[in-house]
Write a protein that binds this ligand. Structure first.
Ligand SMILES: Nc1nc2c(ncn2[C@@H]2O[C@H](COP(=O)(O)OP(=O)(O)OP(=O)(O)O)[C@@H](O)[C@H]2O)c(=O)[nH]1
Ligand SMILES: [Mg+2]
Length: 350
């Protein structure tokens, strides 16, 4: 899954990128440089399974980050915006907001970047309507006409300065316009980048911005990018002392990655055996058969049944014998909807 890091210049995008990835790209150089990195999604459940089974290999779910410039922070006044083309290919965005500098104005910066995303989408809708409408009318092609009708609804919505994710398109409608890769159709994680001195106030700051949250569409996280970036560069042993010194219990970046993961609509099922303990990302609502298909298409094709153990039961009982004796292993069919943290074993026959 891909997550684009966006924000106005000098908002701390690369700082947050470094904090999330452990990379050491230079910050504060006004370079507007582009960076990419694949990050493991920390998962204490995988660690626990590995501790119990001691597999040869441990594999976490992954997110690919893209740190890319292009937004100006000028909002509706901006002109000639040019964003990195790969930003359109992201599954969701992390909008980094300067809440650390003395002149910071997070509310207006958030609005400005969202306005710029709206402007970019609007330009794309307009040029496509212009280009394709006549052709659709002439051909009378049903699906082209339908696409036009949806594009017009999108345009009307964007003109009201609202992001497309709030338009409430049906799934089949979204599918018809998926190819345009509209920016405002994607979920947004707003990251308030606060100064070191405000660490103690993180939860109040988060609470103050709760109105921005919209389940499945928009989330808010409060982080001090600078501290988090220093934190990932330390040895694990030094890290704890550093955290204690600052009076914080855990790195905020783990929380940010988890929020991003769930904003992408993802959950994980787990597999464990002697070769590997592993987290598998799937969309919430995926059936057992489709989940099996993420491992291998043969397992989906030859699916017989799934043996499912809740992670908490596995962690507590630990051995197959104890789990079975306690009646904590359930047999599920193809249609079973997989839940976050299910430890799964698929029986199949090809
Ligand atoms: N005090 C403080 N300064 C920060 C924080 N995060 C970033 N900065 C500073 O803000 C400046 C810009 O940080 P970058 O991470 O380079 O910002 P950017 O958004 O990547 O900048 P461009 O790529 O040039 O648009 C640097 O001087 C950072 O040290 C923070 O949490 N606290
Ligand atoms: Mg940068």
């Amino acid at each position: 899954m891909r997550l684009g890091i966006i924000g106005k210049p000098q908002s701390g995008k690369t700082t947050i990128f470094n904090a999330a990835s452990g990379a050491q790209e230079s910050v504060g150089d006004f370079s507007q440089a582009v960076h990419r990195h694949v990050v493991k999604v920390p998962d204490a459940r995988v660690d626990k399974l590995a501790e119990i089974v001691k597999p040869k290999k441990i594999t976490y779910a992954e997110i690919e980050f893209l740190d890319a410039p292009g937004f100006s922070g000028e909002g509706k006044k901006s002109s000639g915006l040019e964003i990195h083309p790969d930003l359109r290919k992201q599954d969701a965005f992390m909008l980094v907001v300067d809440a650390f500098s003395p002149t910071a104005n997070p509310e207006s910066d958030i609005r400005a970047v969202i306005d710029e995303m709206i402007l970019l989408d609007q330009a794309m809708v307009e040029s496509n309507i212009e280009r394709k409408e006549r052709k659709a009318q002439l051909s009378g092609d049903k699906s082209e006409m339908r696409e036009m009708e949806i594009l017009k609804r999108c345009l009307h919505w964007l003109e009201q300065e609202k992001p497309l994710i709030e338009l409430g398109l049906h799934e089949d409608e979204s599918k018809l316009i998926r190819g345009y890769m509209f920016l405002t159709e994607k979920p947004l994680l707003i990251v308030l980048n606060i100064p070191e001195g405000d660490l103690g106030k993180s939860s109040q700051l988060a609470a103050r911005h709760q109105t921005l949250v919209s389940p499945g569409k928009r989330e808010v996280a409060v982080v001090c990018g600078k501290i988090e970036m220093e934190l990932v560069s330390l040895d694990p042993s030094e890290r704890q002392a550093f955290l204690t010194d600052l009076g914080i219990t855990e790195p905020a970046m783990d929380m940010v990655i988890h929020k991003a993961y769930s904003l992408l609509g993802l959950i994980s099922f787990l597999t464990v055996g002697e070769p590997e303990a592993r987290a598998w990302p799937i969309k919430r609502g995926t059936s057992a058969a489709h989940a099996a298909g993420t491992i291998h298409s043969d397992i989906e094709r030859g699916f017989i049944r799934a043996e499912v153990i809740k992670f908490a039961d596995y962690a507590q009982l630990q051995t197959a014998a104890a789990i079975k004796a306690a009646g904590k292993m359930r047999l599920e069919g193809k249609e079973y909807i997989v839940e976050d943290g299910d430890v799964m074993l698929f029986r199949f026959n090809v």
